[in-house]
Ligand binder design. Structure first.
Ligand code: DOR
Length: 444
């Protein structure tokens, strides 16, 4: 359903949770001309009405770590399929990572992505551009030009920014634009040839391991460089006790470091690799329970600012290869919200406002984008969430072009019910989403 642009939209009776305003109350929200215009609005009869009773009305979710694969790897995902998957997962804004072919290291490529995203007309796409030319880690990309073209951050993800001097200069340079560097923390000498976390399970299975210290050493270097330069470092997909602890301590002394965690790193352990299923292979790898616990503790105490997916689509034929040949990564856009509700909110690790902050205003602030809020006058990007619906992950129903998920068949609670981007309804959950009864949402 597309709401006609000239007709106001009244979102009625929902529990509005907006961490950017410290708001958590049941109210009616009025949207007009693509913006939030009023709270406590009353139906006048000439509005489109969306019944949000028993639902949570949140700022549109933001995923700051998405691999859209276009240009170059359209067999895995395209901007059209990736953004369709995003809205189905409840995301109204995503940031795409530049390890495409060619990588996003020129103004023309940034403009291409932005243009394709407008044509796809699903959600907002913000572009993360390369730190180094061609992602080779040798020479800085034209960061100033990339900012002019609309890049919101820089990353060579898939790979770390390996050269410490290059990282130092990138951090210094980016201070001028107040843009963060998003780094994939991995010391490759320590992980070479590895397919899974190095530990008891890799020993038992006889598979080459990737030790957690590989992440910790790079995290430590990046923190030192951010401290020395005053630049902003954002540690991508943290997964280890050591890196969470380093970031916690660095934040404590005022270093400009932020971080994120992906649902697979707070839900799964390396034990899953006993299946030899490549849908459990990603980088950084699934680690042991103590690392999972550290991620959850980091989320709970605020060390970890953001929950993102690292949505990494790979076509079936690639993931079907032997474990050592299969690529790293899993899709995540269409399962993230359910995993957050089921594994973080329901067990009481995070309450709704804390979880939503990590999926709305926190990533918006890190990327410096004008999103993640339902303040009056803000863009009407809104995710209406059914917090109690129970559903089963069925990859054949994914909108993503790829199906490489470790969560097939999982029973989850909570999912996006309606997703509004710029005042227009872009997604509504199919009625069959509800498998079991619903319990009413209650204000806390
Ligand atoms: O598992 C991963 N997949 N980790 C990364 O850092 C890159 C990503 C990809 O591009 O497939």
């Amino acid at each position: 359903m597309n709401v006609r642009a000239n007709r106001p939209l009244l979102i009625e009776g929902g529990r509005v949770i907006d961490p950017s305003q410290g708001m958590d109350r049941i109210t009616n929200l009025l949207v007009e001309d693509g913006r939030i215009v009023a709270y406590d609005a009353i139906s006048t009869g000439d509005q489109e009405v969306l019944d949000a009773s028993d639902k949570i009305v949140a700022p549109g979710l933001i995923d700051m770590h998405v691999h859209l694969r276009e240009p170059g790897r359209e067999e895995d995902e395209t901007i059209r399929t990736g953004t369709a998957a995003a809205v189905a997962g409840g995301f109204t804004s995503i940031a795409c990572i530049p390890n495409t072919e060619p990588p996003i290291d020129t103004q023309a490529t940034v403009e291409f992505i932005r243009h394709q995203a407008v044509l796809a007309d699903q959600c907002n796409v913000f572009v993360v551009a390369c730190v180094s030319k061609n992602r080779e880690g040798k020479e800085l990309a034209e960061l100033g030009q990339l900012v002019q073209a609309g890049a919101v951050a820089f990353s060579d993800d898939g790979a770390p920014v390996y050269d410490a001097e290059l990282m130092r200069r990138a951090l210094e340079y980016c201070r001028m634009f107040d843009k963060p560097i998003l780094n994939h923390a991995e010391v490759r000498e320590l992980t070479q040839g590895g397919v899974m976390h190095e530990g008891l399970v890799s020993l038992v299975l006889g598979l080459p391991g990737m030790p957690s210290v590989a992440e910790d050493v790079m995290a430590s270097r990046d923190i030192a460089l951010a401290d020395a330069t005053g630049g902003r470092i954002h540690m991508m997909h943290v997964s280890s006790v050591g890196s969470v602890d380093l970031i916690r301590r660095a934040k404590g002394r005022g270093v400009r470091v932020t971080t994120e965690v992906c649902p697979h790193h707070f839900t799964l352990t390396d034990d899953s690799l006993r299946s030899f299923d490549s849908n459990f292979k990603m980088s950084p790898p699934l680690r042991s329970q103590k690392h999972v616990n550290a991620c959850i503790a980091g989320l709970a105490d605020g060390t970890i600012d953001v929950i993102c997916t690292d949505h990494a689509p790979h076509a079936l034929e690639k993931k079907m290869r032997e474990l050592d040949q299969a690529p790293f990564g899993i899709v995540g856009l269409e399962t993230a919200l359910g995993l957050v509700v089921t594994r973080l909110i329901e067990p009481g690790h995070l309450d709704w406002p804390a979880a939503l902050a990590k999926m709305t205003i926190n990533p918006a602030r890190i990327l410096g984008i004008n999103k993640g809020t339902l303040a009056i006058g803000a863009d009407a990007d809104i995710t209406v969430i059914d917090p109690t619906v129970r559903w089963t992950v069925d990859p054949t129903k994914f909108r993503s072009k790829s199906r490489n998920t470790p969560f097939a068949g999982w029973k989850l609670q909570g999912r996006a019910d309606s997703v509004i981007v710029g005042g227009r309804i872009k997604y509504q959950a199919p009625a069959e989403a509800a498998e079991q009864g619903r319990r009413p949402a209650r204000a806390r």
